[in-house]
Design a protein around this ligand. Structure first.
Ligand SMILES: *Cc1c(COP(=O)(O)O)cnc(C)c1O
Length: 442
């Protein structure tokens, strides 16, 4: 029997994993979650340290996709999606950095996007209509999704990004591909892009004429793979015989952290989580006893975390049965200004010769502060979400160290930008989607 997925809003019929992936957002506007958290095979966690990453991925995903994809297909999806390395780097003072940025677009989003794209290509031949994937991006999601889905048959991708608010490298990585990837440069901020996408999903006229899906972190197929690396890191630490770790997650839409919470529910040995944000501190404010009050996002150095209304927070509440007290016990929250982020980058480099992107620096600063407060002997593992080279404009003046651009990145900067500028207007956006459908049918 396939595992069933229900909406956090509670008014949508249950569906299977692949159906939840194909739809993206549930029809009642909620996010899909499994009706219960399925466990990996008995003995899996005990033997964790013996498994390579792809086998951890396979074992954790298997019960989610039971009856929907054969075991051999699932294994090949995992092997093909995760064909790059990840590293657990020790720092001073019982701290570690889990480097998740060694994939093709140099951000952790490659894990989610590549896994999801391969599942889409598995089901593409079962579909009659083209699936149109709409994605609002503040930079890294766009490039990871664009690359993951590039030339996948039966799928068209529309990326919306805020004009002038993503780095040049991020922009060029997504906007120069073409083919089945259309990029829209929106005259607005990230939240505007997200709002346009959300509106498309509730537009019944559009929904009835084209098959829409989302590759934002609201998609359950991006969420699941974001649980795998927590398992891998815990396995590496088991070899060293240390206490169960605390995971510190630089957060924006909170998909990454939700992936960790799912891993914990599947049995991952973990002590606690830390949510680290920039000045967009809606969740840390809540975690420190305040009310949960979404706010317009403000622009910061760690731009992939500039989110004022984190879409996955509803999932976290759902996982904890709406028990805010329990959430605050299990997740600590910290937030930092740009000045504090810069000083964290500078200190890390000067004292430990470690170059961190601004997102990772926010996390490492939170990890250090947590450890000073708690002193409880649990190692703290901070997730490094982007490669420093993607943010060299920020890092170089702070550290005084030049970061060379690898050849394979340089090539993007020399390509032709193909994005289409649009106003922050839903009618413009929907018109463009309708036109693309008509072109498709000619
Ligand atoms: C997307 C992103 C984040 C935030 O991840 P969420 O899952 O949205 O919380 C952090 N850092 C980088 C570099 C990112 O690309």
């Amino acid at each position: 029997m396939a595992l069933s997925f229900i909406s956090t809003s509670g008014h949508a019929p249950p569906v299977s994993f692949l159906e939840a992936m194909r739809t993206g957002l549930a029809p009642d506007g909620g996010l899909y979650m499994p009706s219960h958290i399925p466990m990996p095979k008995p003995g899996f966690w005990k033997d964790l340290s013996r498994y390579p990453f792809t086998e951890i991925a396979y074992n954790l995903a298997k019960p989610w996709l039971e009856g929907e994809l054969s075991e051999s297909k699932l294994l090949s999806v995992a092997e093909d999606a995760f064909n790059f390395e990840l590293k657990l780097v020790p720092l001073a003072g019982n701290q570690y950095v889990l480097e998740l940025f060694h994939g093709p677009t140099l951000a952790f989003k490659d894990f989610g996007a590549r896994f999801m794209a391969r599942l889409f290509s598995e089901i593409a031949d079962r579909e009659e209509k083209t699936v149109n994937i709409l994605v609002a991006t503040s930079g890294d999601t766009g490039s990871a999704v664009a690359h993951g889905f590039y030339k996948v048959p039966g799928v068209k991708v529309f990326l919306l990004y805020p004009k002038g608010k993503v780095s040049r490298l991020q922009e060029m990585q997504m906007a120069t591909l073409g083919e089945n990837v259309t990029t829209l440069e929106v005259d607005g901020v990230f939240d505007d892009c997200q709002a346009l996408v959300k509106q498309a999903f509730t537009d019944s006229g559009l929904q009835s004429s084209m098959q829409l899906s989302s590759a934002n972190s609201i998609n359950v197929a991006r969420l699941l793979p974001q649980s795998f690396y927590y398992g891998w890191a815990a396995g590496q630490l088991m070899k060293e015989g240390v206490e169960p770790p605390v995971f510190c997650v630089p957060s924006g839409n909170f998909g990454n952290l939700t992936g960790g919470l799912l891993a914990e529910r599947m049995g991952l040995p973990v002590h606690r989580f830390i949510a680290a944000t920039n000045r967009n501190a809606v969740v840390p404010v809540f975690l420190n006893g305040g009310e949960y009050r979404p706010a317009p996002s403000v622009q910061t150095l760690s731009n992939a975390m500039d989110v004022g209304n984190p879409s996955n927070f509803v999932r976290i509440r759902h996982l904890f049965g709406m028990d805010d007290h329990e959430i605050r016990k299990q997740i600590r929250g910290y937030s930092y200004s740009d000045a504090q982020t810069r000083s964290a980058m500078e200190t890390l480099f000067r004292q430990q010769n470690y170059l961190a992107c601004p997102h990772t620096a926010v996390g490492l600063r939170a990890a250090a502060e947590y450890q000073k407060e708690e002193q409880n002997g649990h190692p703290v593992v901070t997730l490094a979400t982007a490669h420093p080279v993607k943010f060299r404009d920020v890092i170089e003046p702070v550290t005084g160290k030049e970061i060379p651009v690898p050849e394979r990145l340089q090539q993007w900067l020399n390509r032709e930008k193909k994005s289409i500028p649009i106003r922050n207007s839903y009618s413009d956006f929907s018109e463009l989607l309708h036109e693309s459908r008509e072109r498709n049918e000619v």
